[in-house]
Design a protein. Sequence first.
Length: 201
Amino acid sequence: MGSLFERITDWIKEGLIEAITGQYTGIFDSVNSQVADVEQEIGFEAKVPETFTNGYGFSSALPGGQESRDADGNTVESVRDISVNYKKGGMADIQLIAAPSRLSDTPFAGDSTFTHGETTLYFSVTENLFVPPDYQVSEEEQALADAGKLNIGYGSPEGERTKGQTMYWEDGGVFYTMISFDNTMTAEEFAGMAGEIIDLK
């Protein structure tokens, strides 16, 4: 998997939406101690707000990593990152992942873009379909999958659809990814949260 997006796609295909932090280790108690401990372990600092004006609040911070593999499954490149989870009553969790570099040279792209100061934000929505092993994919579903608009995961006893929302941006040499699933927020609201992160000193 050559990029964070591909790693997210793998998680989705494996039905790991609820376990998105499964690759991460460590549990801490407070915002400052969690973030400080993680930053010390991964070797770089990221902008991590405690709360957002829309009511989302810090839940946990965990160290992790991304890696790219060759055709034989050998790791050819890796990078450490920090994964921060935010919660709000009645809303889907939001995951913020920050890394000091990207594993892919592919330019950021999105269904829509926003600008905050001099920073460009890229927002994308992807449909995820979980189906039984013997499910026959329709031509329409296959076309969406080929276009990168539908992730299809096999192994679910019943068909289930989810929607993933992702925002990407780079700020001060750190690459940020904000992820949520079946969130009712608009792209503009995600952009507002990203702007609050960018504005942190």
